[in-house]
Design a protein around this ligand. Structure first.
Ligand SMILES: O=P(O)(O)OC[C@H]1O[C@H](O)[C@H](O)[C@@H](O)[C@@H]1O
Length: 515
């Protein structure tokens, strides 16, 4: 077969949408496809059940409804449809009123900035949209961690009197988000401003955050539904509230996703880009995550896309048990940044080193500002394209697989398409490997351990006396783990100048006391 016909055979293209996926460097041959037929049939059936409102998240006994968000007529009941249409209309009206100056801050003429406080699925989507689709609305800022230094770096750069704060948490109880909110409230207070009239909550009805916002009389509350998971919430109120304030046309975002959903709802492997993507992941990783996915968009506007996909894919697919309870330890590791930047960082290893990955190139065909001829007959955009094609070829020559996704430009519609393409590939892949993509039991372990550490920190603080003591001595006194006590002491000493930490050559012999 000639290269061109292999390319043509392995290409999925939706001309009306302007998107294509080239699998010729990770070809899905007929033998592979027939070996997968049983799994493919099940994946199509699972997707149908999921979209019709089945309990697709069996552990949490929840429906999985993010596909209804961009086509509410698919919602299985009139109540669910209303729970999509109502908030969408409210969000759009709210965005218009803020941008038109009908909703104004108490101490300024108009809002000019929005501060989003959230983490994980309650931050990554809004951050991606904010970075990928510059728009003429409010300037966007984010607190997405409990690092106080990071928080003040952002807070101090805000035009505070003109800043609308949006606190986003599906559960309403995530500590990092709660902390960000408390620090922001304190910052407002110290600057002589009231927080509540400038604050909006996006959270589950009746959650702790919802109750706080209600009790304190915040400007607005938008309800988040429990059938939308955090990592697939960018097209729910979680993503739409920040997007409208930023001035993004959310109808375009939703339409892009809806169109991709329609294309990839068909039970036809050959023409279903999401199914093909899932099958390519299966082929590349042996269906066991044996290879990592390196995401390389050749466009600065998509630099956060790999970070976004990291949560979508790794939190969905990284599971210990399959649906029958067998230990399978599934997942696909995702990393990446952007091309051609990464060619000067780690592409050396991709090309010559350990062959433990497959690449996903994202090509954006148009460069809007590309007039300067940097070499005879060549522009920056020509170089970008040249480097993408060159790297793809160089990887293929050394036996490294890749997929290339092409879109015409980065805008709300194409971003919606890309997000939907990957969301549906994740759903299909989870079925292919028989796991629940919609829970995240593993995340709890770290949260619980952090809670124990925080409790110990309080005890260690209370136990510190004026006599120098090693961690081992204090651990024996408190009947606690020596290493954990040591790290508590170091943390306390680092933040409190009244605590004396004498460092020995060996950490075992370090002593701590109140000065
Ligand atoms: O939106 P929230 O309830 O605050 O949750 C924020 C994030 O917290 C977690 O730890 C989950 O693993 C994520 O999936 C979620 O997006």
């Amino acid at each position: 077969m000639t290269i061109m016909s292999l390319y043509a055979k392995q290409l999925v293209r939706y001309p009306e949408l302007g998107i294509s996926l080239d699998f010729s460097k990770l070809p899905l041959d007929d033998a592979f496809l027939s070996s997968m037929q049983g799994r493919i049939d099940r994946a199509f059936a699972d997707m149908k059940a999921l979209e019709s409102g089945a309990i697709a998240n069996p552990d949490e006994k929840r429906m999985v409804g993010h596909y209804w968000l961009r086509n509410s007529s698919l919602a299985p009941t009139p109540e669910l449809k209303a729970a999509i249409d109502g908030p969408l209309a409210d969000v759009k009206a709210f965005g218009r009123d803020v941008l038109d100056g009908k909703i104004t801050p108490p101490r300024a003429e108009q809002y000019s900035a929005a501060l989003v406080i959230g983490i994980g699925g309650s931050a990554l989507g809004p951050e991606l949209v904010a970075d990928a689709i510059p728009a003429a609305g409010l300037d966007m800022f984010f607190l997405d961690n409990t690092d106080p230094d990071g928080m003040y770096r952002v807070l101090e750069s805000l035009p505070l009197e003109e800043t609308l704060v949006i606190v986003i948490s599906k559960s309403g109880g995530t500590p990092e988000t709660r902390n960000g909110m408390l620090v922001a409230q304190d910052f407002f207070r110290k600057n002589g401003l009231e927080f509540a009239p400038q604050a909006v909550a996006v959270t589950g009805t009746g959650s702790r955050l919802d109750k706080t916002a209600e009790a304190e009389g915040w400007l607005r509350r938008f309800p988040m539904e429990d059938w939308v998971g955090g990592r697939t919430s960018v097209m729910s109120v979680v993503g739409l509230v920040p997007a409208v304030l930023q001035g993004v046309n959310v109808d375009d975002l939703l339409e892009g996703a809806r169109l991709m959903d329609e294309k990839t709802r068909r039970d036809c492997v050959k023409c279903n880009a999401s199914m093909k993507l899932a099958l390519a992941w299966y082929k590349a990783t042996g269906g066991k995550g044996e290879k990592d996915m390196v995401v390389l968009p050749y466009k600065d506007a998509l630099v956060l896309f790999s970070k976004y996909l990291q949560q979508l894919i790794m939190e969905s697919l990284g599971k210990r048990l399959d649906l029958e309870g067998n230990e399978v330890c599934q997942g696909i590791s995702v990393y990446g940044n952007k091309g051609s930047t990464d060619q000067h960082a780690y592409v050396q290893q991709l090309r010559d080193g350990v062959n433990n990955f497959f690449a996903t190139f994202i090509e954006v065909r148009e460069c809007s500002a590309d007039a300067v001829e940097v070499e005879a007959g060549a522009t920056c955009g020509d170089f970008l394209q040249g480097f993408l094609r060159g790297t793809r070829q160089a990887l293929a020559e050394s036996g490294r697989s890749s997929i290339t996704i092409s879109i015409p430009e980065v805008n709300a519609k194409t971003l919606g398409m890309l997000i939907a393409l990957f969301e549906r590939a994740v759903s299909f892949y989870a079925s292919l490997v028989n796991i629940n993509a919609y829970h995240q039991p593993g995340v709890e372990a770290g949260k619980k351990a952090a809670g124990s550490f925080l409790a110990l920190l309080g005890r260690v603080r209370g136990a510190l006396g004026t006599a120098p003591e090693t961690a081992a001595q204090m651990a024996a006194r408190l009947d606690a783990d020596q290493e954990a006590v040591y790290h508590c002491l170091v943390h306390i000493a680092s933040g409190d100048s009244s605590v004396k930490w004498v460092q020995a050559d060996c950490a075992d012999e370090d002593t701590f006391c109140k000065a």
